[in-house]
Design a protein around this ligand. Structure first.
Ligand code: DGT
Ligand code: CA
Ligand code: CA
Length: 379
């Protein structure tokens, strides 16, 4: 290999362009999407623990509610108190609906990305190096195009951070929400990180933060300047080196389609509300066929089968069963869905409006391979 070639390979590694997209106030935005009259009201999506009508915590809230002090994690009774006298709307989480919207957006992202990695229901990395020919200027326009596409097709807004690696993209994205678009050029990254608190780095939790604080490390700049040998003595080689590199905005982790779905599911609306097993099974059989097809494509085996039911009062219920042996066939899904549904219908006083089928607890050749790879990468 001659010098020019080696130089080229290094340059290519250095000129990566990575985006992190994070959907704005996601669960609450989904609720606004299905009911636009919510948009000018405080909206709180809560996880109701079910013991009393008031017990539970805020999952997320829209920005109107946030301005009034209602944020993720706040107990619901406190949220109610803070929003007393307003026309606030409280809603229960509807994960299936949010996942459906998320899936549609992720599919659009895939069209734009060279490599793609979904991190959670509302976050994904896109490596767009080739698509924008290593130009940050083009990357910014490209991001605007993706935002406009998703807004027009799905109706959801999100924030994007752009940087030369995943870490910079993530920190850039967090710096400006909602509907943000933040570009941090490679030569700006260290200065951009410098004043931030160390807990902005992945892996710095409360305990690590307290320890670093006792060493006089408060900002990312303090950490970047701290002797890497000492970091390694305290946290071990892997973590010590990671902290040092992260503080210096260095991150070589590739964007890769991760072991992806932890579950595969489909949901559909019944032609009419119903509590009748045979009628509902027509729908679940259709959904099962789709689920089984995806399971086969991905060469997976599953150990859990679940049903979802959205009732006429719009509450959402689910039931699951764990199989004795991992399975991969549609017939296994069908049989268990039928058993679960039969039992559920016997207990439910209300008819069903929508119904869903899901499998999870995956194993299988590809799944095992991916787990091994990610184990060695993280070690
Ligand atoms: P953002 O990104 O600041 O505009 O707002 P979100 O709501 O999208 O927040 P994010 O990205 O941290 O979380 C994505 C979703 O995860 C959010 O819509 C609801 C859920 N979530 C976040 N924090 C909590 C929490 O503390 N408890 C529960 N139950 N769910 C949470
Ligand atoms: Ca978000
Ligand atoms: Ca997020």
């Amino acid at each position: 290999m001659d010098n020019a070639e080696t130089g080229g390979a290094v340059a290519q590694m250095q000129n990566r362009i990575v985006m992190l997209a994070d959907f704005d106030y996601f669960f609450a935005q989904c609720e606004e999407l299905r009911n636009p009259t919510l948009k000018d009201k405080p909206v709180v999506v809560g996880v109701y623990s079910g013991r009393t009508a008031e017990s539970g915590a805020v999952s997320t809230s829209n920005y109107i509610a946030r301005k009034l002090g209602v944020k993720s994690g706040l107990p619901l009774f406190q949220a109610k108190r803070k929003l007393e006298g307003t026309d606030a709307v409280f809603l229960p989480v509807d994960h299936i609906y949010y996942e459906q919207i998320s899936d549609r957006i992720m599919d659009i992202f895939r069209e734009y990305a060279g490599s793609f990695e979904q991190v959670s229901v509302d976050e994904a990395y896109l490596d767009v190096t080739e698509q924008v020919k290593s130009s940050f200027e083009k990357a910014k326009e490209y991001a605007q195009k993706i935002k406009a596409h998703v807004k027009a097709e799905v109706g959801i807004s999100f924030s994007i951070g752009i940087g030369s690696n995943k870490l910079v993209a993530k920190i850039a994205c967090d710096s400006q929400k909602p509907n943000g678009l933040t570009v941090v050029l490679p030569e700006e990254a260290k200065a951009f990180f410098a004043p931030l608190s160390i807990d902005r780095l992945l892996g710095v939790g409360k305990k690590t933060m307290a320890k670093m604080d006792s060493l006089g490390i408060k900002t990312i700049n303090d950490l970047a300047d701290f002797d890497v040998q000492k970091l390694m003595e305290i946290w071990g080689k892997v973590l010590g080196v990671y902290f040092h590199k992260a503080a210096n905005a260095i991150d070589n982790e590739p964007v890769h389609e991760s072991s992806e779905a932890e579950s595969i599911g489909r949901i559909g609306t019944l032609k009419q509300d119903s509590g009748e097993l045979a009628f509902i099974l027509q729908k679940t059989d259709e959904l099962t066929a789709d689920v089984a097809r995806e399971v086969a494509e991905k060469k997976l085996c599953f150990k859990q089968v679940s049903i979802y039911a959205v009732l006429t009062d719009l509450t959402c219920k689910s039931r699951s069963i764990t199989l004795e042996q991992p399975a991969k066939d549609a017939e296994v899904i069908k049989k268990n869905v039928k058993d679960l549904l039969e039992k559920f219908l016997g207990e439910s006083p209300l008819d069903l409006r929508r119904v869903g089928v899901k499998v999870s607890g995956f194993s299988g050749e590809e799944h095992r391979q991916k787990q091994l790879t990610s184990f060695f990468q993280s070690g």
